[in-house]
Write a protein that binds this ligand. Structure first.
Ligand code: SF4
Ligand code: FES
Length: 256
């Protein structure tokens, strides 16, 4: 297959950047999108040109590193990660526009590579969970209902790719933050730091410059892990409860 790629090229952070047209020839239909980019880079290097910088790690849909936008859609048209997108999903001869995730909190480092450590700082703000060390507890000491277990596990599969942020017209990170809050706050193990966790994570999210949710729903549609938009409802409820509890406890209001 042959493709005309319009790829975002940017030498360093803060540069204006531009689209460059690069031809991709003789691409196997079974090649993944990243393998196609690998082939393009091999040719660019052979010609003495600078390779296109892009992120990847596991190439199995697990790590969330391969974040880029294909024809305006974060990760591309299939609601899977870029590394799980295959060239057979495109038309032979198609022009494909490839650019980095766009969000002020995700500065472009080079070409398609963005700095998404703002998401790591939200997780960091959530802190730790208290667990006891020592002998293994009796298995039924902490019963968790199947419904609660499902709620926690469904949220815990977020891979932190940032597609939800890139898809949101408000640049909100509430699907990500909601998933991270839900997967700990509904479990018994997450209770001791429940209040502090949600308040700190929401404040960090605001400090990083992400927008707020106004129910577009694009985040959930772009999410390769199909995280439900319901986690944003959980985030609101957890935050409201936490602020109320802080007030009741007479603590200095930390909400802004
Ligand atoms: S919620 Fe989905 S789109 Fe957002 S960071 Fe997690 S896995 Fe990626
Ligand atoms: S490279 Fe790890 S999810 Fe794509």
């Amino acid at each position: 297959m042959n493709f005309t790629l319009q790829i975002w090229r940017q030498d360093r952070p803060g540069d204006a950047g531009r689209y460059e047209t690069i031809e991709a020839h003789d691409i196997d239909a079974e090649a993944s999108f990243l393998e196609m980019l690998d082939q393009v880079n091999e040719r660019l290097i052979a010609q003495g040109s600078r390779a296109v910088a892009f992120d990847s790690d596991c190439r199995e849909g697990i790590c969330g590193a391969c974040s880029l936008t294909i024809d305006g859609l974060p990760h591309g048209p299939q609601q899977v990660t870029t590394c799980q997108t295959y060239m057979r999903d495109f038309r032979d001869g198609q022009t494909i526009r490839i650019e980095p995730f766009r969000n002020n909190a995700f500065p472009v480092l080079r070409d398609l590579v963005t700095d998404r450590s703002a998401l790591d700082r939200i997780v960091q703000a959530g802190g730790y969970i208290s667990t006891t060390t020592g002998p293994q507890p009796e298995p039924n000491a902490n019963p968790v209902s199947p419904e609660t277990q499902k709620k926690a596990m469904d949220a815990s599969i977020c891979i932190g790719c940032g597609a939800c942020v890139a898809a949101c017209p408000n640049g909100a990170a509430m699907l990500f933050t909601g998933a991270k809050v839900q997967h700990l706050n509904v479990l018994p193990q997450g209770q001791p730091e429940r209040t502090e966790r949600v308040i700190s994570m929401v404040h960090q999210m605001d400090d990083e410059g992400f927008g707020g949710c106004t129910n577009f729903g694009e985040c959930s549609l772009a999410c390769p892990q199909e995280i439900s938009i319901d986690v944003i409802g959980t985030l609101y409820r957890e935050y409201r409860r936490a602020v109320r509890d802080e007030k009741k406890a007479g603590k200095k209001m930390v909400a802004q």
